[in-house]
Ligand binder design. Structure first.
Ligand SMILES: [Zn+2]
Ligand SMILES: [Zn+2]
Length: 259
C-alpha cells in the first residue's frame, strides 16, 4: 500500500529524540511522502530544513490562526519573501479558529484574507484550518479566492452539508484519525460517503492519535492505519484507497518523483 500523510508537524520538540526513526517508520509502513506543515515563521524555517534533509518530506509556509494577532506588517512582508524564495508546496496552515483562541476573530479574518491573496498571487494551493468558524471560513475563501484558489480543509470535522459546500468551491477535505474515535459516528459517515477523489488523509502528528493509541504521540506511520480503517468502512481494499488518495495529493501539491 502507498499513502501520503498530507499534514504533520515534525518540527515539534516531541520528535527531537527520534525524528529520523519516525520518518523511517513512516516509509516502512508504506507512507511514501509527508507534507510537513508550518504554523509560524520559526516553524516554516524548520520545515524547510527538514525538507532539505529528507527527500520524502515537502514543506509549506503557514500562519496558524492562533498566531494571527502576533504578526506585524513587517512580519507579513517577511512571510511573502519566504514564500517567493523557497520551494513550499502550499500556503498553510492558515484559517480561522474561534475555539478558545487568543487571536480576535476580526484579526484572524484580516490575516486569513491576506493569506488567500498570497496563495492566489503565487498560484499555490492552501491548507486551511477551520474550527467553530465554517461560515466565516467559506465567506473569506469566496470573497478573496473568487474561484481562483484551490485548497484543502484539513482535519475536516464539520457536518455533511459543509463538506459539500467545500466541494462546490472546488476544495478538498482531508480526514484525520478523529474519524476512528468512538464518538465520531456522524463524521465517519461523511468520510464514508465522500467522493474518493475529493479527499486526502493526514495524521496532524503529533496530535490526534487513532483510537487504539489515544493519548499517545501520533506519528506519520499511523496514516497507514487510517487508510486501512477507512478502506474497511468503505468496503474497498486499502491499496485502492491509498492509490486514489495518493494520486489526489500528488496532483494537489504538485509533487515530483513520488509515484
Ligand atoms: Zn490545524
Ligand atoms: Zn496542523
Amino acid at each position: 500500500m502507498k499513502v501520503i500523510d498530507t499534514h504533520c508537524h515534525l518540527f515539534f520538540d516531541s520528535f527531537d529524540a527520534d525524528r529520523e526513526e519516525v520518518v523511517k517508520r513512516a516509509s516502512a509502513a508504506g507512507v511514501c511522502h509527508l507534507i510537513n506543515v508550518g504554523i509560524d515563521a520559526e516553524t516554516n524555517a524548520q520545515s524547510l530544513e527538514l525538507a532539505k534533509r529528507f527527500t520524502n518530506i515537502s514543506c509549506t509556509a503557514g500562519l496558524h490562526p492562533h498566531h494571527a494577532h502576533e504578526i506585524t506588517d513587517a512580519g507579513l512582508d517577511e512571510f511573502e519573501k519566504f514564500v517567493a524564495a523557497n520551494p513550499v508546496v502550499a500556503i498553510g496552515e492558515v484559517g480561522l479558529d474561534y475555539f478558545k483562541s487568543q487571536a480576535p476573530p476580526e484579526v484572524q479574518k484580516k490575516i486569513f484574507a491576506r493569506m488567500v491573496q498570497l496563495a492566489k498571487r503565487y498560484s499555490l494551493p492552501m491548507i486551511v484550518h477551520s474550527r467553530d468558524a465554517f461560515k466565516d471560513t467559506l465567506d473569506v475563501l469566496k470573497a478573496e479566492g473568487k474561484g481562483a484558489v484551490k485548497g484543502v480543509m484539513h482535519c475536516f470535522s464539520y457536518e455533511s452539508s459543509s463538506f459539500y459546500e467545500l466541494l462546490d468551491i472546488g476544495f478538498l477535505a482531508s480526514f484525520t484519525a478523529n474519524i476512528t474515535f468512538k464518538n465520531a459516528a456522524a463524521l465517519l459517515e461523511v468520510a464514508k460517503k465522500a467522493p474518493l477523489d475529493r479527499i486526502m488523509l493526514e495524521t496532524d502528528s503529533p496530535y490526534l492519535a487513532p483510537q487504539s493509541f489515544r493519548g499517545r504521540r501520533n506519528e506519520p506511520a499511523n496514516v497507514a492505519h487510517l487508510a486501512e480503517f477507512l478502506a474497511g468502512e468503505r468496503g474497498i481494499s486499502k491499496e485502492e484507497l491509498g492509490r486514489i488518495t495518493t494520486d489526489t495529493a500528488v496532483k494537489f501539491f504538485g509533487l515530483k518523483g513520488v509515484l
